[in-house]
Design a protein around this ligand. Structure first.
Ligand code: PMP
Length: 295
C-alpha cells in the first residue's frame, strides 16, 4: 500500500509530497512539530500534544494553520489513509512560504502544514524494552528555548548520531554545570537506590515531554515518590534504575549510562511496571476522550 501525506490542503502520494524551496521551515527552521503515538489505530495523548503545539506556535508568533478541530480531522485522515495500527503521526507547521529574508514576512503568509504517518514494529520495540538500552553522554550545546518544539534539531541530530556510532540508543545531554538536561529526543529519568524517581524540572532547560507529564500522573496515582530536580551522569551511574520517555519509546529502560552498567544490567522492575502502567493510562485517556473507534 502506498503512503499518503497531507501537504497544505492536499492528500498526496508520499513520493510526491513536497514543499516550496522558500518554505521558511526549510530555509530557517522557522517552524514547530509534534509526534503522536498511534496505538491500535488510536492517537495517544492527542489533546496534550495539540495543547503543546499551540503553545509552541504562540511562542514563535505563528498562527494555527487550520482550526484545531480541522487539524484533528486531518490527523485522523492521515492515520486512516495510511492504515496505521501501531506507529506515529508527525505534524509540522512552519511560518509559511515567503521570499527569503530573516524578519517575518511583511505581508502575512499562511502557515504551512504537513502531516505524515508511519507504522512501527511494536514487537521489536517491546523486545528492545525487555533488553534495555545504552545511553552515552554528550554536551548540551542547544539554544536556551528548547522548551519550544522547533524543527531546529541539528544539535539533537549530531548527539543522536554520536550515540548510534557508539552503539547506544540515546545521548543524554549535559549542561555547563554537569547536570543531565534530557536525551536528544527523549526525557531522562533515574530511580535512586531508595526508590525515588528523579527527572529534571520542565522549565526552560528541557522539552516538557507529553510522556513525561502523563507518567507523572501515573506516578502520582500510584503514590510513588518522585522529585523534579537535576541529576548528574555520576548519580545516574549509581542509580538503581534509569529510563527514557517519549511518545515513541514510552518508558524505555536504560541499562548502561556512559559505559557503566546500571543495577543488574537488566531493565529494572519499576521501569518495567511503569511502561505497562503508562500504556494502560494513555489507552484509558484516549478511550475517555472519544469513543474507541479503531480505523
Ligand atoms: N525531549 C526532546 C528533545 C524530544 O525531542 C522529545 C520527543 N519529541 C522528548 C523530550 C519527549 O517528548 P514526548 O514525550 O512529548 O514525545
Amino acid at each position: 500500500m502506498s503512503r499518503i501525506a497531507y501537504v497544505n490542503g492536499r492528500y498526496v502520494p508520499h513520493r510526491e509530497a513536497v514543499v516550496h524551496v522558500e518554505d521558511r521551515g526549510y530555509q530557517f527552521a522557522d517552524g514547530v512539530y509534534e509526534v503522536c503515538e498511534i496505538f491500535d489505530g488510536v492517537m495517544m495523548d492527542e489533546e496534550r500534544h495539540l495543547d503543546r503545539l499551540e503553545r509552541s506556535l504562540r511562542e514563535l508568533r505563528i498562527a494555527m494553520p487550520v482550526a484545531r478541530e480541522a487539524l484533528e480531522a486531518i490527523l485522523r485522515e492521515v492515520v486512516a489513509r495510511n492504515r496505521i495500527k501501531n506507529g506515529i503521526v508527525y505534524l509540522q507547521v512552519t511560518r509559511g512560504v515567503a521570499r527569503r529574508d530573516h524578519p517575518f514576512p511583511k505581508t502575512p503568509v499562511r502557515p504551512a502544514l504537513v502531516v505524515t504517518a508511519k507504522s512501527h514494529n511494536l514487537e521489536a520495540m517491546d523486545a528492545m524494552a525487555e533488553k534495555g538500552v545504552a545511553v552515552i553522554e554528550a554536551e548540551d550545546d542547544r539554544w536556551s528555548r528548547v522548551d519550544i518544539k522547533t524543527v531546529s534539531l541539528l544539535p539533537n541530530v549530531l548527539a543522536k548520531q554520536e550515540a548510534v556510532e557508539a552503539g547506544a540508543r540515546e545521548a543524554w545531554l549535559v549542561d555547563d554545570e554537569g547536570f543531565v538536561t534530557e536525551g536528544s529526543s527523549t526525557n531522562a529519568w533515574i530511580i535512586t537506590k531508595d526508590g525515588v524517581l528523579v527527572t529534571r524540572p520542565a522549565e526552560f532547560g528541557i522539552l516538557r515531554g507529553i510522556t513525561r507529564t502523563t507518567l507523572i500522573d501515573v506516578i502520582e496515582a500510584h503514590q510513588m515518590r518522585y522529585e523534579e530536580r537535576p541529576f548528574t551522569i555520576a548519580e545516574a551511574q549509581d542509580a538503581a534504575e534509569a529510563f527514557i520517555t517519549s511518545a515513541t519509546s514510552l518508558v524505555l529502560p536504560v541499562v548502561t549510562v556512559a559505559g557503566k552498567t546500571i543495577g543488574q544490567g537488566k531493565p529494572g522492575l519499576v521501569a518495567t511496571a511503569l511502561r505497562k502502567a503508562l500504556r494502560e493510562e494513555v489507552v484509558r485517556t484516549a478511550q475517555a476522550e472519544r469513543a474507541f473507534d479503531p480505523v
